[in-house]
Design a protein around this ligand. Structure first.
Ligand code: COA
Length: 246
């Protein structure tokens, strides 16, 4: 139940249960591509209003990519999504000085406890800075520590950023297609590359039915080319010149 509140959930039952201890050791910091720092921490039960604020700020496209619908702000859904037990449901938030700017979560499959469904949300103005990839890598390592071996994800076919994150992880992945959706099953490995190493990580295959646009100008390849040129020039200058004949 990563998109919908389970039928009958009112929050009362969960509120009556003893609160799961907050896993403080899971907190960490990360630096985005633009140099901005974010703090990553497990969600707290009191974060529902911050979650609601994050979802309220999302564009319709982002809402649609996350929930496959454009839902109205729903405090009870935010309440449900904030109440995790850190074992079977886990949510990791990223925050900066403005508050919560992203959330990534896994919900374990009750029938197959070594599998979990995952979902990611990054505020529109924070997208494309590497945060989604960082959250994926961190969530994978937290899930592995709790015995989850496979991440399952439903992704709309036009969701290029999410698809690129899964492909870039370089993990053993199966993809099946169903209408406008792709189902991903990603096998986690203890040596899953940490986010700062992602640039050099092996690239996994992209599903054939998802045509991706060419890399944007000024992307990594162009940057690498630009970086190589000065080295060649320096080498040429370093070649000793022949003495001139007189
Ligand atoms: C999908 C989402 C979580 C990705 O997070 P993000 O922080 O934007 O992602 P990143 O910055 O880590 O970029 C991910 C990849 O997309 C690429 N990318 C960045 N901007 C892009 C753009 N405008 N178009 C296509 N690809 C783009 C990046 O280069 C990166 O690819 P790489 O891993 O091969 O380098 C985020 O965009 C989001 O919350 N979207 C709305 C909700 C959603 O779609 N959730 C997923 C449902 S499970």
């Amino acid at each position: 139940m990563i998109r919908e509140v389970p039928p009958g959930w009112t929050g009362e039952e969960r509120r009556r249960r003893p609160r799961a201890p907050y896993p403080e050791a899971d907190e960490s910091d990360a630096v985005l591509k633009d140099g901005r720092a974010v703090h990553l921490r497990p969600i707290r039960w009191g974060d529902a209003p911050q979650l609601l604020q994050l979802y309220t700020r999302l564009s319709n496209e982002s809402l649609y990519f996350r929930f496959f619908a454009v839902p109205q702000p729903d405090p009870s859904k935010a309440e449900y999504l904030a109440h995790v037990d850190y074992q079977n449901q886990y949510a990791l938030v990223a925050e900066d000085e403005s508050g919560v700017v992203a959330v990534a979560r896994f919900h374990r499959d009750a029938g197959q406890p070594d599998r979990a469904e995952v979902a990611f949300t990054v505020a529109d103005d924070m997208q494309g800075k590497g945060l989604g990839g960082i959250l994926f890598a961190r969530l994978a390592s937290l899930a592995l520590a709790r015995g989850v071996k496979v991440f399952d994800a439903e992704v709309l076919k036009e969701n290029e950023k999410m698809i690129r994150i899964f492909a870039s992880a370089g993990l053993n992945t199966t993809v099946s297609s169903d209408g406008d959706r792709l189902h991903y099953a990603i096998t986690l490995q203890p040596a899953a590359p940490a986010a700062p190493l992602r640039e050099g990580a092996p690239r996994g295959p992209l599903p054939p039915e998802v045509p991706l646009p060419p890399a944007p100008a000024g992307g990594k390849t162009a940057q690498r080319r630009r970086r190589r040129r000065p080295r060649v020039a320096r080498r040429r200058r370093a070649t000793p010149r022949r003495p001139k004949r007189r």
